[in-house]
Structure formats: structure tokens, C-alpha cells
Design a protein around this ligand. Structure first.
Ligand code: VAH
Length: 322
């Protein structure tokens, strides 16, 4: 089979999605790349890794030719919080990197491109509750602007060139293997690490900030399901709404207290509060459910139980080795 190329494999989602794809397609068929060589040992030991800058079109072409790549999972991006600190960098990486991937896919007639969108595509005038698939997309972050632009550009390439570009509007992703970098939903990961480490957490969002979330196992399965879905059934290829559950920092704290009664949370909202307030509270993902069978398996309490157990193991290993 032709190989599957990943960009951004060192990120929170990429570091686990590469391994999930290698389990399904075979390690030899999944080429992992990132701008940084600082990727997990597990990823390096399980298959080919290449350091690659998505802004360097010639280097991307060389990798695609060398490994006979047929599909690309393009994850390299600057996320919402970092993007607000450096909007021009976010535009450059997110847009020009994606244009490089789309243009190469067009020129080389690649089979399939998967590029994630995000709930960050929604803005203050998007319906807040059960946000529909087809809705108002006026984001107020540069990250969100790039995600809407990528959805529209992918639709154009699909329509105009008959390509197969797909994407998911990821909610906040909760995981324990690789800490997220530069996102607004990162609190939902840090709360578990601090709960285990310090039995307390100082949250950078207000207690009642409701955001859609998904646990990494569900995120990986949804991505594989969309990647493998029958193209003829997909009506909103580049930006499927995806949801598992919605929660607030206060609800997460209550969930943690079921397992750690003495856990304490405090709140110090920062610039990320304005970003979070611009996004929606809950998502209607009926199209994903109807068109490619999406169904989440993790709710908040199941996530909390698993996260505390897995983060606790890390903490145990750390204390054991120090
Ligand atoms: C961020 N984790 O916070 C990302 C995500 C839904 C938000 O795209 O920027």
C-alpha cells in the first residue's frame, strides 16, 4: 500500500494518532514527521520518523517521493492560545503549511488528506447550545480563522479538483501521554496532573466555563473512522462536528473529588478566558453519527477514573526513579 504521511506527530494528538494508525496500517506504512525531533521514544522505535518543516514545500515533496506516500494526515498547527500571542505565526504555519499539503496533493494526485478543524471555528455569534453542523463561523481567534479558512479551502479543492480532503472539528482533547501545548482547553489535562501531584489545581478559566471535550481514545477512534469512511457518504467532508461530552472546571473538580475527596481547585482566569467564551458549549454531531457511525464511549467520570489511574502510574514511576 502507499504510505501515510503524518505532520505534527510530536503534538498531543499526533503523538498518539501515529501509533493508532501504525497499529491499523502497519508501522512500515506510516511515516511520522515533525518540525522538532523531540518526539516520544515509542514513536521513534515504532517506525520511520523524519524531521520536516511544513513551510518547506520542496522538503515535503522529497519525503512524499522517497516513501511513495499516498495519503497525508496533516496535524502541524499553532493552537489557539499561542496563536493569540503570535497571530502572524499562526496564520503562516496553519495556512501556508496547509496550502503546501493541498497543492502537493493536487499536483501528485494523492489519494486522501485528513486535516483537523476545531470547535475554535465557532465564534461569539455561533449558537452556543447543540451547535449544528452548518452554522455561523465567525471566530475571533487567529487559530479559529485559519480553521475556517482550511475548511473552506478543503471544500474548494474537493469540489474543484475532485480531491478527497476530510476533517473533524475536534473539541478539547483530554489525554495523559503527551502534554498539550498552547491550547485553551489544556486546563482539562493539567487539572488531572496537578490533582495527582499537588491535590490542587489553579485553573486559568472560570469555574462555569462550559466547553466540549473528548477523551483521547475516542478522538483516535473518531479520526480513524472518518479516515476510513466511504467518501460517497460524506456530506461535510472537511469539518465534521464531533462531540463526546461538555463540562466545566467545577464539574471536573467534582468528578475528581469522587476519587480524591481532599482535592481543591482555585480559579485565576487569564487571557484564555476570552478565547473560551467565544466558543460554544455543546455540539450537535448528528452528521458524524449518521454518515460514518460516530458514537463516543467516554463520559466525564470514566475519563476521570482513567486519567487519575494513568497519571498516578506516571507519578509513581517518577517517585520510584527519583
Ligand atoms: C486549543 N486544544 O485549545 C485546542 C483545540 C478546541 C480547542 O483546538 O486550541
Amino acid at each position: 500500500m502507499k504510505k501515510i504521511l503524518f505532520t505534527g506527530c510530536g503534538g498531543q494528538i499526533g503523538s498518539e494518532l501515529v501509533l493508532a494508525f501504525r497499529n491499523v496500517y502497519g508501522s512500515e506504512n506510516v511515516i511520522a514527521t515533525d518540525l522538532s525531533a523531540n518526539v516520544s521514544r515509542e514513536l521513534l522505535d515504532s517506525g520511520t520518523f523524519v524531521q520536516l518543516d511544513v513551510l518547506d514545500k520542496e522538503s515535503i515533496v522529497n519525503v512524499i517521493d522517497k516513501y511513495d506516500v499516498g495519503s497525508v494526515v496533516h496535524l502541524a498547527a499553532i493552537l489557539s492560545a499561542v496563536g493569540e500571542k503570535n497571530p502572524q505565526l499562526a496564520w503562516n504555519v496553519n495556512m501556508n503549511g496547509t496550502v503546501n499539503i493541498f497543492e502537493i496533493a493536487r499536483e501528485k494526485k494523492l489519494e486522501k488528506i485528513l486535516v483537523p478543524s476545531s470547535i475554535a471555528a465557532f465564534g461569539p455569534d455561533t449558537p452556543k447550545e447543540m451547535t449544528p453542523q452548518r452554522t455561523i463561523l465567525h471566530p475571533t481567534t487567529m487559530y479559529g480563522v485559519t480553521k475556517v479558512a482550511i475548511e473552506l479551502l478543503g471544500d474548494y479543492y474537493n469540489h474543484h479538483y475532485g480531491m478527497d480532503i476530510r476533517g473533524l472539528r475536534y473539541p478539547g482533547v483530554i489525554s495523559h501521554k503527551t502534554l498539550p501545548g498552547g491550547g485553551t482547553t489544556d486546563y482539562a489535562v493539567a487539572i488531572y496532573f496537578d490533582a495527582v501531584k499537588k491535590k490542587s489545581y489553579n485553573c486559568f478559566l472560570k469555574e462555569d466555563t462550559m466547553l466540549p471535550m473528548i477523551y483521547m481514545p475516542d478522538c483516535l477512534r473518531a479520526t480513524l473512522e472518518l479516515f476510513q469512511a466511504d467518501k460517497s457518504r460524506l456530506t461535510c467532508a472537511t469539518g465534521y462536528n464531533l462531540a463526546a461530552f461538555s463540562t466545566t472546571p467545577a464539574e471536573m473538580a467534582e468528578s475528581i473529588k469522587k476519587y480524591m475527596p481532599d482535592f481543591e481547585i482555585t480559579y485565576s482566569p487569564d487571557f484564555r478566558q476570552e478565547i473560551a467564551d467565544s466558543w460554544t458549549n455543546s455540539i450537535d454531531d448528528r452528521e458524524a453519527r449518521e454518515e460514518w457511525g460516530w458514537k463516543p464511549e467516554y463520559d466525564l467520570d470514566r475519563v476521570t477514573k482513567d486519567m487519575l489511574a494513568e497519571v498516578g502510574k506516571k507519578q509513581f514511576n517518577l517517585t520510584q526513579t527519583t
